[in-house]
Write a protein that binds this ligand. Structure first.
Ligand code: SF4
Ligand code: SF4
Length: 163
């Protein structure tokens, strides 16, 4: 092997790699497209009549969750109906299995594409039901894809069944 050929070979490799399109993006200024089935943070649907939480406080999501993420505090009204005092969700403990979404009988819990969870304080990751509504309503990428792919009225069942 001629003297210096190794250096030239190395230089050629460096030049070739340097001309490649970067595989990274300048997050958070730039965000890559997210796959439709990407599992982001769990959001909540707004009740169309009351404008508040759709949650009826049954506690099924709390029971279904394998990681103790959800806490639902309720009280019973004099007419026997249940009122949700507080719905708390610790995103820092969530493993995005979506068991809670499947368990919810009124489709209050909804999937989203949101993954922007960076914080310096884990306590910021404990959010309430109203914040979950904001997250669901601000998740435009998921909503646009939903319209294009399976149309309005999509349910968790046809989302899982979709190929
Ligand atoms: S997605 Fe899974 S881990 Fe997260 S809250 Fe729902 S059931 Fe719990
Ligand atoms: S399963 Fe649905 S309705 Fe029941 S407590 Fe959870 S979010 Fe509320």
């Amino acid at each position: 092997m001629p003297l210096g050929s190794g250096v030239l070979k190395g230089l050629k490799t460096v030049l070739m790699v340097g001309r490649r399109k970067p595989a990274t993006v300048m997050y958070p200024e730039e965000v890559r497209d997210i796959a439709y089935r990407f599992r982001g943070q769990v959001g909540m649907r707004r009740d169309e009549i009351t404008g508040g939480l759709t949650c009826v406080g049954c506690g099924l999501c709390e029971t279904a969750c394998p990681n103790d993420v959800i806490r639902v505090d309720t009280h019973e009204n004099t007419d026997g109906t249940r009122f949700v005092d507080r719905y708390l969700f610790d995103v820092g403990r969530c493993v995005f299995c979506y068991f809670c979404i499947e368990a919810c009988p009124v489709d209050a819990l909804q999937r989203t594409h949101n993954f922007h969870l960076v914080t310096e304080d884990r306590r910021d990751l404990v959010i309430d039901g109203h914040k979950m509504i904001d997250i669901f309503e601000n998740d435009q990428s998921y909503r646009e894809e939903e319209q294009q792919n399976i149309g309005p009225g999509a349910t968790i069942t046809n989302w899982f069944e979709r190929g």
